[in-house]
Design a protein around this ligand. Structure first.
Ligand code: UD1
Length: 340
């Protein structure tokens, strides 16, 4: 299959490429490198020993995007590109709507021009907002609590309408829970710019000595140990959900939203302990105030993914921490410190 991957140089995109190339698919990456580096793509080339095309471009450069798609003529698109910082989305909502929503409309237009009618979209469990019940199934009402989450919800709706208007078109909207971990080689992984906003990369950087301690945002939630509980999904399992979604799209027109999670939660303290076991390092932490906008618990009901895609997560929290440590210990400063 020929697959056009927006945001392919990013954390999830780069893991996706290794899966696609490993399965023999032909790939073209479209990325503006706003939150990623071309070096990640060099690492993917070395890892897989497979060539692929790259275009440096922004989704909002409509003509460039349309030309790239027309030249490559993909069978399907996997759409990762987008801004994803919750705090920044509240401070700069228009940038988020321009990048994420307008960018996605430009992508669908370019797909029409290239006669491509299949898309797998990188959505987020953040579209559910505060849980009315748990685990979240796909029928849970959508009520995101920040502009970032709303961009994901709006793009879902736009894709749904686009599919409904085109006979034979198909889309899978994958609602990720908390993607974490790294490729087992330790050659690619998550490399946030500046202090990580998310738990796992922060814990990894404390383990490797880049930061002194983890701030645990609250220990008075109604969970097993009082700290926040999340459904952490290994990024390689997540990538495999996309290849399953591509297969599904190829034979079934229509649009489906599907959760991608393990179906089991881990608390902040459980994550810290698991990372200590994986790394052999002590991870100092301090309990601090809750982070505004955080929910006590977020866990997926992943049964639809199994029923429709035949996919389920195969890696557990131990695998997640071991792979994240393999990446972080071999690349203490991320991609920036070493040559490829
Ligand atoms: C966050 C985003 C969410 C996004 C997801 C991507 C917020 C409010 N939500 O989700 O929209 O889709 O990342 O993966 O930013 N924690 C600490 N100390 C830290 C960091 C986190 O205790 O330094 C805790 C949090 O309170 C939470 C858990 O760890 O209980 C996970 O946090 P995080 O990794 O930021 O993910 P989410 O908040 O689930």
């Amino acid at each position: 299959m020929k697959v056009f991957v927006t945001g392919g140089a990013g954390y999830i995109g780069s893991h996706m490429l290794t899966e696609l190339l490993g399965e023999g698919h032909e790939v073209c990456v479209y990325d503006n490198y706003v939150n990623s580096l071309p070096l990640a793509l060099d690492r993917v080339r070395t890892l897989t020993n497979r060539p692929f095309e790259t275009v440096a471009g922004d989704l909002r450069q409509g003509e460039r995007l349309a030309e790239s798609l027309k030249a490559f003529r993909p069978d399907a698109v996997i759409h990762f590109a987008g801004l994803k910082a919750v705090g920044a989305s509240a401070a700069f909502p228009l940038e988020y709507y321009e990048n994420n929503v307008q960018g996605s409309i430009a992508l669908l237009r370019a797909m029409e021009a290239a006669e491509c009618h299949r898309i797998v979209f990188s959505s987020s469990a953040t579209v559910y907002g505060e849980p009315r019940y748990l685990p979240f199934d796909e029928a849970h009402p959508l009520s995101p609590i920040n502009p970032y989450g709303r961009t994901k919800q709006f793009i879902e709706e736009i894709i749904r309408d686009w599919v409904a208007a085109r006979s034979g078109a198909s889309a899978v909207l994958l609602r990720y829970f908390n993607p974490v971990g790294a490729h087992e080689s330790g050659r690619i992984g998550e490399d946030p710019l500046g202090p990580p906003a998310n738990l796992l990369p922060f814990v990894s950087q404390v383990a490797v000595g880049r930061r002194p301690f983890v701030s645990v945002y609250g220990d008075d939630y109604p969970t097993r140990d009082g700290t926040g509980e999340r459904d952490y999904i290994h990024v390689v399992d997540l990538a495999k959900a996309h290849t399953a979604a591509l297969t599904y799209c190829a034979s079934r027109p229509g649009c489906e939203a599907i959760n991608v999670g393990v179906g089991r939660g881990a608390t902040v303290l459980e994550v810290i302990r698991a990372f200590e076991a994986a790394s052999g390092r002590t991870i100092p932490y301090r309990i601090v105030a809750r982070r505004p906008g955080d929910t006590a618990s977020s866990v997926a009901d992943p049964s639809k993914a199994l029923a429709l895609l035949g996919w389920r997560a195969e890696r557990d929290l131990g695998d997640i921490c071991r792979s994240a440590w393999a990446w972080q210990s071999a690349n203490p400063q991320g991609y920036r410190s070493t040559a490829s």
